[in-house]
Design a protein around this ligand. Structure first.
Ligand code: PLP
Length: 394
C-alpha cells in the first residue's frame, strides 16, 4: 500500500514520520515535552519571535511530531489536534461556518455531532438541515444561497451507508461550499479524504490511532486552501490535548496499519459468519454487498475495519435481546471502539434521524471485533444467539 504522493509505502512512513533520533540523544521516540513557558535569550529574539517554539499552546516538539506525521499520511497541508474526536469536529465546523450560514449535514452523522450543531451552532445563528447519506449528486437540489458547508460521514455511524464522496465534493466545489468529512472508521490508511475532494477531514484518534481504549484524541487535517483558516480557529482557542496523550497517539501510529489490517480480516470473518446464522436478517458491513453503498466502497476505499452492524429477524424483541447481551462472556457492552477488546451494543437510529427512515425490520446491533481468539468469539456470539432464541420461543 503506497500513497500516490509519497516515496515510501505507508508502513515505512508510519515507522519514520514524526521522530528524529539525532535531536533526542539517539533515543528512538520523540519524548514527552511538557511546558508552558519557552525562554528567549535576548529582547530581539523575544520581540521578533526568533525561536522554533514560542509558547506551549502554540506547539511543542511532541505535538508537532504528531501533527506533521498525520499530515503526511493524510496527504494534507496541515493538522491540528483536539482533546477528543468531538472537539475536532467542532474545530472543523467553527472553521467553515459563521452566523447566517447554512450547514447541510448527513442524516447518518455521529449523534453528538448532531447535538453540537443543533444546540451550539444554531445558538450562534447557523441554519442546520439534514440530507439522505445516499443522496450523491442530487445534493445539488438542497443547496441554498447561504450554504457554506457540507458535512459527510462515510460510512454512517451505526447504519454504515457509504456516501458518494467524490460526487458530493465536486458539486460543493462548483458552488464554493466547504466539505468536512468524519473519516474515523476508515482512517487515512483506508480512505484518503483529501484525494476525494474533502477540504477538512476529522479523525477521532480515540479509536484506531490510540488503539487501546485508553486515549481521547481528535485530529483535523486540511487541504492547502483551507489550512490557514483551520490553524487560525485552533490558535484562537488553544484547545489542545495533553503532552502524554500526544505521545500515546504517536506510539499508536507506529502499529496502526497492522492493527487495522487485522481488524479488517477479523471483521470480515465474523461478518460472514453472522450472515450464516439463522437469527441474523442482514449484515451492514461496507465490504459485504447488502450494505448500502457497497459498490462505492469498492471504488473508493482501500480496506474495511473491524466495526459493523447487523440486524436480527423481527421475531426477536427487546427482552430476548437483553437475555443475549446481559450474559455475554467475551463481548462487553460499551461505546467507543477501535481498541483490542470486542464490544457489542444495541442501537436505534430512529431516535434521532430526521430526513430518512430507519426501519431495518428487526433489532439492530453494532459490533467491534477485538483481538481475542476467533473461535472463542464465535462461540460467545453463538451462545448469545441461543439465549435469544430460547427467550423468543419459551
Ligand atoms: C467516537 C467517534 C467520534 C468522537 O470521538 P471522541 O473522541 O469520543 O469524542 C466522532 N466520530 C465518530 C464516527 C466516532 O466514532
Amino acid at each position: 500500500m503506497k500513497h500516490k504522493d509519497s516515496i515510501h509505502a505507508i508502513s515505512t512512513q508510519l515507522t519514520k514520520l514524526g521522530r528524529n533520533p539525532d535531536m533526542q540523544h539517539g533515543f528512538v521516540n520523540t519524548p514527552i515535552y511538557r511546558g508552558s513557558t519557552v525562554v528567549f535569550n535576548t529582547v530581539d529574539d523575544l520581540e521578533n519571535s526568533r525561536a522554533k517554539y514560542i509558547y506551549g499552546t502554540l506547539g511543542t516538539p511532541t505535538i508537532e511530531s504528531l501533527e506533521t506525521a498525520w499530515s503526511e499520511i493524510s496527504g494534507a497541508a496541515g493538522t491540528v489536534l483536539s482533546p477528543s474526536g468531538l472537539g475536532a469536529l467542532a474545530l472543523a465546523l467553527l472553521t467553515t461556518l459563521k452566523s447566517g450560514d447554512h450547514l447541510l449535514m448527513t442524516d447518518s452523522a455521529y449523534r453528538p455531532t448532531r447535538t453540537f450543531c443543533s444546540t451550539l451552532l444554531e445558538k450562534f445563528g447557523v441554519e442546520v438541515s439534514y440530507y439522505d447519506p445516499l443522496i450523491a449528486e442530487k445534493i445539488v437540489d438542497l443547496i441554498r444561497p447561504n450554504t457554506s458547508t457540507i458535512l459527510l460521514e462515510s460510512p454512517g455511524s451505526q447504519s454504515f451507508e457509504i456516501q458518494d464522496v467524490p460526487a458530493i465534493t465536486k458539486i460543493a466545489r462548483a458552488h464554493n461550499i466547504k466539505t468536512i468529512i468524519d473519516n474515523t472508521w476508515a482512517t487515512p490508511l483506508f480512505f484518503r479524504a483529501h484525494d476525494h475532494g474533502c477540504d477538512l477531514s476529522v479523525e477521532a484518534g480515540t479509536k484506531y490511532l490510540g488503539g487501546h481504549s485508553d486515549l481521547l484524541m481528535g485530529l483535523v487535517t486540511a487541504n492547502a486552501e483551507t489550512w490557514p483558516a483551520l490553524r487560525q480557529t485552533y490558535d484562537s482557542m488553544s484547545m489542545l490535548p495533553g503532552a502524554e496523550d500526544c505521545f500515546l497517539a504517536l506510539r499508536g501510529m507506529r502499529t496502526m496499519h497492522l492493527r487495522i489490517k487485522e481488524a479488517e480480516r477479523r471483521g470480515l470473518e465474523i461478518a460472514q459468519w453472522l450472515l450464516e446464522q439463522p437469527e441474523v436478517k442482514q449484515v451492514l458491513h461496507p465490504a459485504i454487498p447488502s450494505c448500502p453503498g457497497h459498490d462505492i466502497w469498492k471504488r473508493d476505499f482501500k480496506g474495511s475495519t473491524g466495526l459493523f452492524s447487523f440486524i436480527l429477524h423481527p421475531e426477536f424483541e427487546k427482552p430476548a435481546l437483553e437475555a443475549m447481551l446481559d450474559n455475554m462472556s467475551l463481548f462487553s457492552m460499551g461505546y467507543s471502539w477501535g481498541g483490542f477488546e470486542s464490544l457489542i451494543i444495541p442501537f436505534d437510529c430512529s431516535e434521532y434521524r430526521t430526513v430518512t427512515t430507519w426501519a431495518p425490520g428487526g433489532l439492530a446491533l453494532r459490533i467491534q471485533i477485538g483481538l481475542e481468539d476467533m473461535d472463542e468469539l464465535k462461540i460467545d456470539l453463538r451462545l448469545g444467539l441461543d439465549r435469544l432464541n430460547r427467550w423468543a420461543h419459551s
